[in-house]
Design a binder for this molecule. Structure first.
Ligand SMILES: [Zn+2]
Ligand SMILES: [Zn+2]
Length: 669
């Protein structure tokens, strides 16, 4: 049996081995750091036996610096093992404290883990300390995570006898998903606390160095509000206390930047119960920012050969039957609108637009196309409606109506590479403009062993190869996710980091071999025969609502000058200088700047405080000396007092700043 290690070396064995065995052979250091194994790409326990030719990567704990922080990047596999294991420890601790607690489901998350628990006694944040004390005991006991398996029949019989219907349901779903056995993890030796679980886990509870019980929320079985109600307890775990501290600090910063809080404080948007949950009302200041964002993007699109279209907010249900959006995505759509035409007596059904694509497809199909006029790039800020459950709605990030910065490119297979490169370039340009400098890409490819994919496999191979070539040529870091492509084409997601280091999934580019086929789209090729175009869906912002939410948090409400709803505020130091303030204000607005005067009967320091709170980029304090000399005393919201400057010079500086969409360039000597 041959085991191939990540560096390509091959080790030969004539009997079964485990990741632990191999790690020990390689070296004592590796054996000590090892906490799991990745066998043929699958995350497993370190002592999982290997009995046939395999690839093997040892998952290790990270090396920490003096402050208990991971050196270099954190390994998501190591964190997954740690957090999954910590979820077991938390569940055991909770059952020690509340023996009547019934466990439902406890998965790891990107930033921690949770456990759904059915328990009548409400758990509150006051109980977290007691839970953590029990968890610490379990960790100090350093008990191993021990796996055992049963056949489906035996396992289901055991679960039925135990009588936890949630676990029976979990088991059934694991079996439906292709599991051949059911497995349990005992924390310690047989007879200790155990949980039905597919794994994998760290070797023992002592491997969990830093954790915290974070919060509690309510949830429902299968997310169904009419079903059983759970208490969902969230926790997180890290390999170092420094990492945990950083995480808590980040959460604190994120809380202060919450777009719902800032959005209300700055009067950007409101969600009104009477209008409806998940339906965003953009107030004048927020709407202004949005229209500036749209203008910015639209100008770029026109420069790059896109054509702008408009389509209605509803469409006949037959359109979505042809596209396949109905009935397949029925659960996330508002139900059809049934209408009767009194003249013809006919019945018609309409849907609120769940996607813009079918409308754009029909625009393409409305006239004949030759290879000479491809690609056709149709762009629309198109509003779509999805029915999200009320529990899923959050501010502007999860809503029921949103506007995508959508576009569809219809091109030949030969043009895919170039079009894809252009969309990546556009997306990067857009992100750089907003100061998202750290951009990475997730490339979702098909599972080569599956036959569920639409389109010619040769075209898929070619497209996937070309997408990789583009990303390598552009030197953009990317990860590949096999089997994550949609059935209709490979997909690329852009992930950006904001100023406080949080990752956001923004723009998407998606190749589509399916819709052109369903709608029988055509173009006439150079060979005079008809061919099917490829469709590319792309949206750099994603949705205006979500992008706005991310920008609010990224900038902490302090929009850069070009996006600031109010760019300059003139603050006369007393009533006497309101006349001069008006003169200044007129000069600025005639140059197209957004300016207001604060003529309240207040001391200037109070006016400065208000302007700071409103995050106005520039405050111009004007008094007697300024009026005489034709100057303004400039105050920058982040750099503070910059002193007096001639008004025309200030205007020139802000114009430079606007033209670069950059950071402040006003300098006073
Ligand atoms: Zn588990
Ligand atoms: Zn689309």
């Amino acid at each position: 049996m041959r085991i191939t290690l990540p560096d390509g070396t091959i080790r030969e064995y004539d009997q079964t081995v485990t990741g632990a065995n191999v790690a020990a052979e390689i070296g004592a250091g590796l054996a000590k750091a090892a906490i799991g194994a990745k066998i043929n790409g699958q995350l497993c326990d370190l002592n999982q036996s290997i009995d046939h030719d395999s690839t093997l990567a040892i998952v290790t704990k990270p090396r920490l610096d003096k402050k208990g922080k991971t050196r270099g990047d954190m390994d998501p596999d190591a964190l997954y093992l740690l957090r999954h294991s910590c979820a077991h420890v938390m569940a055991e601790a909770i059952q020690r404290l509340w023996p009547q607690a019934i466990l439902a489901y406890g998965p790891p998350l990107d930033n921690g883990f949770y456990y759904d628990i059915a328990l009548e006694t409400p758990i509150s944040s006051d109980d977290f300390e007691a839970i953590e004390i029990e968890m610490n005991k379990i960790i100090e006991e350093n008990r191993p995570f021990t796996r055992y398996e049963m056949s489906p029949e035996e396992g289901l019989a055991k679960l039925t006898e135990e009588g936890n219907k949630y676990k029976i349901d979990n088991a059934q779903r694991a079996l439906d998903g292709g599991s051949e056995t059911l497995s349990w993890y005992v924390t310690g030796d047989q007879g200790c606390w155990e949980d039905l679980c597919m794994g994998a886990h760290v070797p023992s509870t002592g491997t969990i160095p830093a954790f915290k019980v974070m919060s509690i929320a309510s949830s429902y079985w299968h997310g169904d509000v009419t079903s059983d109600r759970f208490q969902r307890i969230y926790g997180t775990a890290f390999f170092g206390h420094g990492d945990l501290d950083d995480h808590l600090e980040l959460l604190e910063q994120a809380k202060q930047r919450d777009h719902r809080v800032i959005g209300q404080k700055l009067g950007l948007f409101v969600i009104d119960e009477l209008v409806g949950q998940g339906l965003v009302l953009w107030k004048p200041k927020g709407a202004l920012v949005r229209s500036l964002l749209q203008d910015f993007l639209q100008a770029e699109l026109l420069r790059r050969g896109y054509q702008v279209v408009y389509t209605p907010h509803i469409g006949k249900i037959d359109l979505y039957k042809t596209s396949g959006h109905f009935p397949y995505y029925q659960d996330s759509q508002f139900p059809p609108i049934q209408m009767r035409d009194h003249v013809s007596g006919g019945e018609e059904q309409y849907l609120l637009k769940p996607m813009n694509c079918p409308h754009h497809v029909r625009i393409y199909a409305s006239e004949p196309h030759s290879y000479r006029n491809l690609p056709v790039r149709l762009a629309e800020f198109g509003t779509v409606y999805r029915f999200e459950q009320s529990g899923e709605l959050t501010g502007m990030t999860r809503v029921r109506g949103f506007t995508q910065d959508d576009a569809h490119i219809f091109c030949t297979q030969d043009q895919v590479k170039e079009e894809f490169a252009a969309t990546v370039e556009l997306t990067q340009f857009v992100f750089n403009t907003f100061g998202f400098e750290d951009v990475s890409i997730r490339l979702s490819l098909r599972d080569p062993d599956s036959d569920k994919y639409a389109g010619d496999p040769k075209l898929w191979d070619r497209a996937e190869r070309e997408l990789r070539e583009v990303l390598s040529d552009m030197q953009i870091p990317y990860t590949q996710e096999l089997g994550e492509a949609a059935f209709y084409g490979p997909k690329v997601d852009f992930v950006v980091k904001d100023v406080i280091g949080r990752s956001w999934q923004l723009g998407t580019v998606q190749l589509d071999y399916n819709l052109p086929k369903r709608f029988e789209l055509e173009y006439v090729g150079a060979d005079n025969a008809t061919h099917q175009p490829v469709m590319i869906h792309r949206a750099p912002f994603g949705s205006m609502e979500r992008f706005m939410a991310i920008l609010i948090e990224h900038y902490n409400g302090a929009f850069p000058l070009w996006l600031a709803p109010e760019q300059v505020r003139v603050l006369p130091i007393s009533d006497k200088f309101v006349g001069y303030a008006k003169e200044v204000s007129r000069a600025l607005s005639s140059e197209g700047l957004r300016v207001h005067i604060d003529d309240a009967n207040e001391r200037v320091n109070a006016k400065i405080k208000v302007a700071q709170d409103d995050k106005v980029p520039y405050m111009l304090v004007v008094g007697g000396r300024d009026a005489e000399a034709g100057t303004v005393s400039v105050r920058d919201r982040s750099r503070g007092d910059l002193g007096p400057i001639q008004l025309p010079e200030f205007i020139r500086s802000v114009q430079v700043e606007l033209s670069t969409r950059g950071q402040s360039v006003v300098e006073v000597v």
